[in-house]
Write a protein of this length. Structure first.
Length: 283
């Protein structure tokens, strides 16, 4: 086959794959907008949930609970993930043990989320006696997010040329001074982007939080990290599958619309951060 024709065939296949994926996303958005846009209102976003007559309440507690959960996951997972990535890429070397650790991290990134939920139930809820709470859910989702943060941060560090490190070391800088001054500023965009996307993924998870602290109805907002909480993914799940109110499906779609908007907002923030950092690069 002519190499040029073969190349065009592959490019056409890739374009079709991208268009199909984009088309599926658009269809999903059209569906939830068509079904749920009518329930979006100021009252829906700012009122407490009314379980008996859902049309009189809102999802404010679920929005707050999701926000608390995101803050907790960011607090526990991002520093640990970035620190591990720096160690693995800059200090650890290439021994068999390090290669096995990297392989384990890649495998952990693909473990089903419900497995992390069961792990969190046993370790954080029962063994550490944190109870079904925000902190238990945050630690559980952090365990799921850390492999993602490590992998994305390590890949960002690998994009920085080795000459940046060698030049700093040749001028008498210590290893940490070379990493801090000549590596991290140029890898920051990829590290921050990967961390934000990992957080967005965690905030959209349902299976892990079902067993470690999420609840469908609370009379008020959580008062401490050791309280139960409402969350948008779990709220959406119950409305879509178990609630008997005639407007449950519409309110489920409205909740989904808010959750999608939140995830998209975080993704756009990640893209903006990456763009801003890339503009500062002069190499």
């Amino acid at each position: 086959m002519n190499p040029h024709l073969k190349q065009q065939m592959y490019f056409t296949l890739f374009r079709l794959t991208g268009l199909v994926s984009f088309g599926i996303l658009i269809l999903i958005l059209i569906y939830i907008i068509n079904l749920g846009a009518g329930v979006i209102s100021f009252n829906f976003l700012t009122s407490m949930w009314a379980n008996r007559d859902i049309t009189t309440g809102g999802i404010y507690p679920a929005i707050v609970g999701t926000f608390y959960l995101g803050v907790g996951v960011a607090f526990f997972s991002v520093p640990v993930g970035i620190a591990c990535a720096i160690y693995l890429n800059e200090y650890a070397g290439h021994s068999l043990v390090i290669r096995m650790i990297r392989l384990a991290i890649r495998n952990l990134a693909g473990v089903p989320s419900i497995v992390y939920g069961l792990f969190g139930l046993v370790v954080f809820v029962q063994m550490l006696q944190l109870g079904t709470s925000i902190i238990a859910a945050s630690l559980t989702l952090s365990g799921m997010t850390v492999p993602w943060v490590i992998t994305s941060s390590e890949e960002a560090l690998k994009t920085v040329p080795q000459s940046f490190r060698d030049g700093a070391l040749a001028l008498g800088a210590t290893k940490w001074q070379a990493v801090r001054g000549n590596v991290l500023p140029y890898a920051a965009s990829g590290m921050i982007t990967g961390s934000i996307i990992g957080l967005a993924r965690a905030m959209g998870e349902t299976a892990p939080i079902i067993v470690v602290g999420a609840t469908f109805y609370m009379r008020g907002l959580p008062d401490s990290p050791f309280d139960k909480f409402m969350a948008l993914p779990y709220h959406l799940f119950i409305l879509a599958t178990q609630h008997v109110h005639p407007q449950a499906q519409a309110y489920a779609a409205g909740t989904a619309l808010v959750l999608v908007a939140l995830i998209f907002s975080m993704t756009f923030v990640a893209m903006f951060v990456r763009y801003r950092f890339r503009k500062r690069k002069d190499w």
